[in-house]
Design a protein around this ligand. Structure first.
Ligand code: IVH
Length: 715
């Protein structure tokens, strides 16, 4: 809230400064949300004090009036008005209908890409000039960037003279690469992808080149376009123009997870807004809203434009996902496998309704790469349920008081040495460092499911030095357990019985309980089903390991190495009587089990039996599931709450069921998905399946399909 004329003048000055930085050098001291609020406060105050509006005020101007340029636009490059809710959007459609004289016939709905507007002029199909939006009337020539913007071809598929308009941005991968290169050249990192694109687009003499990406959202004739072509372009609807742009070779959102679509009614638009919003977190580029346009040229012409924005289009803004806050501290936590992971402690900041206090930092190299320092202002990104991450320090807000982040020299948990050989540092004591965490995990419901062995009990056992590893659990005696506090006869007998049951669990669960790095529940099941016995798993070299669905060249050697490291523990488990076979699975043929070289000496005669490398399985799921089954060759995604007979199954049990029925479970919907089981409250995954035309099933339909596999084999 602005209280008086002095505060108003200050607000105008701050906003103009921030806007200029935002559009030019990419070093805005404000995040978008803060800027938007400031401009809204300015507009509110001006509405109350119309006689005191300052000429420099950013309200009602393209780019807040902060930038200009010297290359005139042939048609003004306008901004967009915003709405922030379904109600505001519906009110906008009503006002649009009044203006046009009837409901608009069709809307086009597309993501609002979070980058910078650019006009690309093509003469006879050749890219000749790149111009920024500037003040909307004239922009800056940034043709030097030609060749660094993917999706903006230097030659079009046809020799036409046209202007393509759209957004230049950096994908997350391009941004991370750009900051790496920039800091390696002694430069300061950019705070976020848009800032990085703004800075990069304007930079003329850099010692390095980094790439950006273009998405077109407009196509118009230039004064030199032949009259017939120009006439045709003027008549095309927005969606037809986008098809034409793609035909000419320009990148559009068509190939992304959020392609432009059309909708006949406001309700349909709102449904699509929800879909795009739900997909936002997983997109490889930033969007800050959804742009809704009257699709037909006639409707657009009837609606007309104001000086700042067209009346036929609106931006439905999504909540900000980025905020600037301060990095207070870095914590080093040791996980159950001994990985020492840094975590950023932040000055609490609210992003999209959630208070964020921590952000992931991945590994020490990540800290170095991002050039982070304690006390830094940092741009924090949080979208959907994804763990918040630091995009980069806001380097120009540094005061000089920032301190280097000190990396630990010994394990912060047990004081052992640290293995720094890989990107993720690890305590030399490995999974024994955080024994409580690794045992609690092993005893968990989806692993060995040992009833009565909760976290507190595990702590007791470890503190009493009764267990030093997983295998020790299985040699615990009645007397040892009775000696523990709050451990009576019944609890002891129950725990011993639960341990006996656990010894008989399938190999897949034992593997999972071991916590082999790089393998979770589903991967453990695939390994167990492929190899059938622990002997076969252990005999596998990297080549054999790669025969398992989902294990590639990178993962295979590390899993093999992990298993070698775990050998003494596995031997101890075998000695304690723990089951090491997978019910229902058959070991791979000798040729497959031995990989390329054959290690067991029994390879004679295997040649020519099953072709090379065990290719006989169908659709790449060989060994991952029993042959055949109603889901053979299918990739299934389960989303929403299950009902009926499936209601009691945990996610892990659902995955087990899918695999028993011959399918493969996956957590995300993609073109490879064959079936989506959509339960109650299914949201974005269902929407994506619909967009991609993937088969959908209700929980009941799915249960019917896999009915013969509903019962688990004895465990
Ligand atoms: S249409 C005359 N479509 O948002 C219509 N703009 O806040 C003007 N933007 O200046 C633009 N994605 O830089 C349009 N799909 C999209 C867009 C989009 C991002 C940007 C554009 C514009 C700004 C307005």
């Amino acid at each position: 809230m602005i209280v008086d004329a002095v505060a108003y003048a200050q607000a105008v000055e701050d906003a103009v400064k921030a806007s200029a930085a935002y559009y030019t050098g990419g070093t805005s001291p404000m995040d978008d949300d803060t800027y938007d609020r400031l401009v809204r406060a300015i507009t509110d105050w001006e509405a109350e004090h119309p006689d005191e509006v300052l000429p420099g005020s950013p309200s009602g101007k393209v780019a807040g009036g902060a930038v200009d340029g010297d290359v005139p636009h042939t048609v003004a490059m306008l901004s967009l008005d915003n709405v922030f809710s379904a109600e505001e959007f519906t009110a906008w459609t009503a006002s649009l209908a009044r203006r046009v004289g009837h409901d608009v016939e069709r809307f086009s709905v597309e993501p609002k890409l979070d980058g910078l507007a650019i006009a690309a002029r093509y003469t006879a199909g050749r890219l000749e000039r790149l111009i920024t939006r500037g003040d909307g009337t004239a922009g800056e020539d940034v043709s030097h960037a030609i060749g660094t913007v993917e999706g903006l071809p230097e030659v079009l598929a046809e020799p036409v003279t046209v202007e393509v308009r759209g957004e230049v941005l950096m994908t997350t991968a391009q941004f991370e690469h750009a900051n790496e290169v920039r800091t390696a050249h002694g430069g300061q990192p950019f705070a976020n992808p848009r800032g990085a694109s703004a800075g990069t687009l304007r930079a003329k003499e850099r010692a390095y080149t980094v790439l950006m990406t273009f998405f077109g959202y407009g196509l118009l004739p230039l004064p030199d376009t032949d009259a017939e072509q120009a006439g045709r372009l003027h008549e095309l609807s927005h969606s037809e123009l986008m098809d034409r742009a793609a035909e000419l070779g320009v990148n559009t959102t068509a190939g992304t997870a959020v392609p432009s679509t059309t909708a006949a009614t406001a309700e349909q638009v709102l449904a699509r807004v929800q879909e795009i919003a739900a997909l936002r977190a997983a997109l490889p580029f930033g969007i800050d809203g959804i742009v809704v346009k009257a699709d037909l040229a006639a409707d657009q012409q009837a609606a007309g434009s104001g000086s700042r924005a067209p009346r036929w289009a609106i931006a439905y803004k999504l909540p900000a996902v980025e905020k600037i806050t301060r990095l207070l501290e870095v914590e080093w936590n040791v996980g159950r496998t001994g990985i020492i992971a840094p975590r950023a402690v932040l000055e609490p900041v609210v992003i999209d309704g959630a208070t964020i206090t921590y952000a992931t930092l991945h590994n020490p190299a990540d800290i170095t790469r991002r050039d982070l320092r304690l006390g830094d202002h940092v741009m924090v990104h949080r979208a959907g349920d994804v763990i918040p991450r630091i995009e980069a320090p806001v380097a120009h807000l540094r005061t000089g008081d920032e301190q280097p982040i000190v990396f630990p020299e010994v394990c912060p948990r047990c004081g052992s040495g640290i293995d720094t050989g890989e990107q993720r540092w690890r305590c030399e004591n490995g999974r024994n460092c955080h024994l409580v965490a690794s045992l609690s995990y092993a005893a968990g419901r989806d692993q060995l499911d040992i009833e009565g062995l909760g976290h507190t009990r595990v702590v007791q056992l470890v503190e009493a030095k009764l267990v030093a590893d997983l295998a020790d659990l299985f040699t615990l005696t009645r007397d040892q357990l009775l000696g523990l506090e709050r451990m009576g006869g019944t609890s002891t007998d129950n725990l011993l019985a639960a341990l006996t049951t656990a010894k008989g669990r399938p190999l897949s669960r034992v593997l999972c309980a071991l916590g082999v790095r790089g393998t979770g529940r589903s991967m453990s099941r695939r390994i167990a089903r492929h190899f059938a016995t622990m002997d076969h798993v252990r005999a596998a070299d990297a080549a054999s390991m790669q025969q398992v669905d989902g294990i590639g060249t990178e993962k295979a050697p590390s899993i093999v190495a992990e298993l070698a490291e775990l050998a003494p523990l596995i031997d101890k488990l075998i000695a304690a009587g723990v089951n090491m076979t997978e019910p229902g699975a058959t070991p791979p043929s000798a040729a497959t089990a031995e990989g390329s070289e054959g290690a067991s000496g029994s390879s004679q005669g295997s040649e020519g039996s099953a072709g090379s490398g065990g290719q006989e399985g169908s659709a790449g799921t060989e060994g991952a599931a029993p042959a055949g089954g109603p889901l053979a060759g299918m990739t299934v995604v389960v989303t929403g709450a299950m009902t009926g007979v499936l209601e009691k199954l945990s996610r892990n049990q659902m995955n087990e069921l899918i695999e028993r029925a011959g399918g493969r479970s996956s957590s995300s919907v993609s073109k490879k998905t064959t079936l989506v089981v959509a339960g109650e409250g299914a949201g974005s995954k269902r929407a994506k399946a619909e967009t991609l035309g993937i088969r959908l099933a209700t929980p009941d339909e799915f249960a019917e399909l896999v009915t013969d596999h509903l019962e688990q084999p004895a465990q």
